[in-house]
Design a binder for this molecule. Structure first.
Ligand SMILES: NC(=O)c1ccc[n+]([C@@H]2O[C@H](COP(=O)([O-])OP(=O)(O)OC[C@H]3O[C@@H](n4cnc5c(N)ncnc54)[C@H](O)[C@@H]3O)[C@@H](O)[C@H]2O)c1
Length: 251
């Protein structure tokens, strides 16, 4: 499905981004992984190459515009094009009620989840405009569609991701560029595992219990939706928020 297509995945070394990298590789894509850890990046490239995929890694911080500029330049140099951008880099931030939520943490979550994603879109879009095609898949969250108690920074950032996705979808629809958001509920990745280490099990049990399917999502389940949103199978879909939540938002 993605034979000879080039896919950039930010935050591709872990969790949902990593599952998406393997899923795209199975479809014949060339992967350009961008993340913070050189070691994790090199290991992932090795694994992808073992599967027979072409892959490369760039150590970048999405909040640094120069890093992001370099990511796009390096990808174009290595693979000669870009067809898909998956914005999966993100952080959850602390758990605290709004009046106790530290301002510097709020700024940090907004910087990575919103400014970082915006940087990547700004750098890739001119390239997509030139070739009049391209697909962007942004990792939002159910916390981008509804409230998330004790996570005001995260919820604010994911509502912003939905706003950016819808706005950009309108701007570029007539230019052959589709932009969609994936909105998962709690998915079993290092992000959720790190919350488990810090939080009491009662809290996590409560999260799981709130999901009508009574389980967390798996990164591979989210990767399926990312590939669908990026592919020609969803050619009439743009500005969409695709919810994968075990029924959470319907209850
Ligand atoms: N896991 C969930 O329950 C869940 C639910 C809804 C949405 N999401 C979203 O899905 C995306 C992926 O989450 P995940 O659960 O796979 O998390 P994760 O922590 O497993 O992976 C996130 C990746 O982003 C990278 N990253 C963080 N800050 C970065 C930066 N400044 N520059 C470059 N890379 C950076 C990390 O190094 C990591 O590899 C995030 O945007 C997250 O908000 C996750």
């Amino acid at each position: 499905m993605f034979q000879n297509q080039v896919v950039i995945i930010t935050g591709g070394c872990s969790g949902i981004g990593k599952a998406a990298a393997f899923r795209f590789a199975k479809e014949g894509a060339k992967l350009f992984i961008a993340d913070l850890s050189e070691k994790a990046g090199d290991e992932l490239v090795e694994e992808l190459e073992k599967m027979g995929a072409e892959a490369a890694f760039a150590r970048i911080d999405v909040t640094d515009a120069e890093d992001v500029e370099r990511m796009v330049k390096d990808c174009l140099q290595k693979f000669g094009g870009i067809d898909v951008l998956v914005n999966s880099a993100g952080i959850i931030g602390p758990r605290a009620r709004t009046e106790r939520y530290p301002l510097d943490e709020f700024r940090k979550v907004m910087e990575v989840n919103v400014v970082g994603l915006f940087n990547c879109m700004q750098e890739v879009l001119p390239h997509f405009l030139t070739k009049k095609s391209g697909s962007i898949v942004n990792l939002a969250s159910v916390a981008g569609l509804g409230g998330f108690a004790s996570h005001v920074g995260y919820a604010a950032s994911k509502h912003a991701v939905v706003g950016i996705t819808r706005t950009a979808a309108l701007e570029y629809a007539k230019h052959g560029i589709r932009i969609n958001a994936i909105c998962p509920a709690f998915t079993m990745t290092p992000m959720l595992e790190s919350a488990m280490l810090h939080d009491d099990t009662n809290y996590l049990d409560a999260l799981q219990n709130a999901i009508p399917m009574k389980r967390f999502g798996q990164p591979e389940e989210i990767a399926e939706a990312i590939v669908y949103a990026a592919s020609a199978s969803s050619s009439f879909m743009t500005g969409h928020t695709l919810v994968l939540d075990g029924g959470l938002m319907t209850s």
